[in-house]
Design a binder for this molecule. Structure first.
Ligand code: C5P
Length: 230
């Protein structure tokens, strides 16, 4: 099967982002823009990237909203102007906040999917304890993912090591979008636990998020084609 892949465009430089998206535009890839790009370039910058994406490519605006429900609802409303297919919120913002985000996207005819971020992957058990959450990381991930599902969110962003547990507990229809993916031949960079695209898909990932193995390759298009060929 052809994996569904978001290429993470992690740069604040619009020319660099545009060049990359152009280089990859003939391929069946989707694109993720995050806080780095959005903080520097705003919605106007996102529109420029949209303009060079192929018609079939989906846009994942990964802004990880986390605020009171009214403010998140307003932020989601503003983000809808970019016509994204995916948006992110922090599950730790609570059920009312997630429901507010879901409610706003359902005011448009083709609502983007809302994904929740559970426990950021740089946090370990000690870090959780230091913010008053003395629980195993996996338990906290499952608790937040369940809360997200109950709140009407479409899926979660999760690490490769969480795919199996979440798929088993949350059913086939809950989307699992997975970064931390490395083709067998690629460097791990700063990702600690990685899976290959084939492994992640076999475990039940719906979408993969892949950045540097494509974006830092001397030939991004060739690197992406190699990944898509699995
Ligand atoms: O370059 P690389 O493939 O590591 O990029 C992964 C992308 O996924 C980056 O945009 C990063 O911010 C994002 N991400 C991640 N780990 C998470 C959540 C998001 O690497 N737990």
């Amino acid at each position: 099967m052809t994996p569904r892949i978001f290429c993470a465009v992690d740069t604040a430089d619009p020319a660099q982002a545009m060049k990359l998206v152009r280089q990859l535009s003939g391929l069946p890839l989707h694109f993720k823009l995050g806080l780095e790009f959005f903080t520097a370039q705003g919605l106007a910058g996102v529109e420029k990237i949209r303009a060079v994406m192929s018609g079939k490519a989906e846009l994942f605006l990964d802004l990880k909203f986390h605020d009171i429900p009214n403010t998140v609802a307003g932020a989601v409303r503003s983000a809808l102007e970019a016509n994204p297919q995916f948006l992110t919120v922090h599950a730790a913002g609570g059920s009312a906040m997630m429901r507010a985000a879901v409610e706003v996207v359902h005011t448009v005819s083709r609502p983007p999917k809302i994904l929740a971020v559970t426990v950021l992957t740089h946090l370990d058990e000690k870090d959780l304890a230091s913010v008053g959450q003395s629980v195993p990381v996996a338990g906290q991930v499952l608790r937040l993912a369940r809360l997200a599902q109950e709140s009407g969110v479409d899926g979660v962003v999760c690490s490769p090591r969480e795919i199996e547990m979440l798929r088993k507990n949350l059913g086939r229809d809950f989307l699992l979008v997975v970064p931390g993916i490395r083709p067998a031949a690629a460097a791990a960079d700063d990702q600690k636990r990685t899976l290959t695209p084939e492994q992640a898909i076999a475990l039940g990932a719906d979408y993969l998020v892949i950045g540097r193995p494509i974006t830092e390759s001397a030939d991004p298009s060739a690197a992406a084609r190699q990944i898509l060929a699995v």
